[in-house]
Design a protein around this ligand. Structure first.
Ligand SMILES: Cc1cc2nc3c(=O)[nH]c(=O)nc-3n(C[C@H](O)[C@H](O)[C@H](O)COP(=O)(O)OP(=O)(O)OC[C@H]3O[C@@H](n4cnc5c(N)ncnc54)[C@H](O)[C@@H]3O)c2cc1C
Length: 284
């Protein structure tokens, strides 16, 4: 199928974007890399009257490190994240995760902001952002606001973005001394969205794991921070008993929705397997 007809605008400033979004209301849709939006138009799942192409706003692109903060502009492509030495050094969880985002052709065009704003519960970045307690910068006519990732994702394809707002960037704290990250997922084929995945981050010192964050993708209607599983590990040395305690506790954190191929029980089992592997990776 082909997309329904739509008007196209390519503003060069945020002020123009806000004007277009406010003028066209629900009829306007932001276009970034188009890797999710264009297929959805072609399938006639959406029929906006105007696409507001933001790819000309170069202030929203790139990766900057200032002190402890790493700023990733919304228009930064997956490929730029994958190639970035700053991301590899300061946000290694994202460096691991980006390799699992779709295929090379999609990574060359798809953007960080597009993935976050889309809020697919099986996407890699949202879980990483929740695990790392990142902050999103949102802008609209009334100004800028910052929203913690842990409050941003509201449900399947639902976020805290208000009508007329644009996601400008994500801000991350650079990895602290002694911290380690592990990103793992299971997918039917390389490049597919994950069946289940885990974004894990913790401080490892004196043989013990502390400040443990285990965020799951594909296991709920949004990225899920598994507080009970993390508590079972917190302050303990890595070992089979601790892994089992975390795996058992996971039942209190996750009730994964079944999909066409996997029951809820299968997904919980896979989440437990990934938890064991992620804890082993964190412990080194
Ligand atoms: C075959 C295939 C496989 C894929 N596999 C994966 C995968 O494994 N993991 C994964 O994470 N993704 C996957 N994707 C999606 C891909 O990562 C997209 O690049 C990403 O989801 C959207 O980024 P985009 O820049 O293309 O956004 P677009 O498609 O342009 O936009 C997506 C949505 O976000 C909105 N939007 C975009 N940017 C902003 C912004 N700055 N502010 C506010 N709203 C905005 C748009 O209005 C639209 O609703 C896959 C896509 C395809 C086609």
């Amino acid at each position: 199928m082909k997309a329904p007809s739509f008007a196209y605008a390519k503003p060069t400033t945020l002020a123009e974007v806000f004007d277009l979004l406010n003028r066209h209301g629900d009829g306007a849709k932001i276009l970034a890399g188009g890797q999710s939006l264009i297929p959805s138009l072609n399938m006639r799942l959406s029929s906006p009257s105007v696409l507001v192409d933001i790819m000309g706003l170069r202030d929203l692109a790139g990766i900057k490190v200032a002190g402890d903060t790493v700023w990733i502009g919304a228009l930064t492509t997956h490929a730029e994240i994958e190639r970035s030495t700053e991301i590899a050094r300061y946000v290694p969880l994202l460096a691991q995760a980006v390799k699992q985002v779709a295929h090379v052709a999609i990574r060359n065009v798809g953007t960080f902001g597009g993935s976050v704003a889309l809020a697919d519960p099986a996407a890699e970045y949202p879980a990483c952002c929740v695990a790392l307690d990142a902050t999103f910068v949102l802008a609209g006519r009334k100004g800028e606001r910052r929203v913690p990732a842990r409050q941003f994702f509201k449900g399947i394809y639902v976020t805290d973005l208000e009508p007329g707002e644009v996601l400008v960037a994500g801000e991350f704290n650079g990895i602290g001394a002694g911290y380690r990250s592990a990103f793992l997922e299971l997918a039917r084929r390389v490049g597919d969205y994950a069946i289940v995945g885990i974004a894990a981050h913790a401080k490892v010192g004196g043989g013990k794991l502390a400040d443990v964050r285990l965020a799951f993708l594909g296991a709920g209607d949004r990225p899920i921070l598994a507080g009970n599983a993390a508590a079972a590990v917190e302050g303990h040395a890595y070992g089979p008993a601790v892994v089992k305690a975390a795996q058992d506790a996971l039942a209190k954190d996750l009730t994964p929705p079944a999909d066409l191929y996997h029951s809820s029980a299968t997904k919980l089992h896979l989440a437990r397997v990934l938890t064991g592997r992620a804890l082993a990776a964190l412990a080194g």
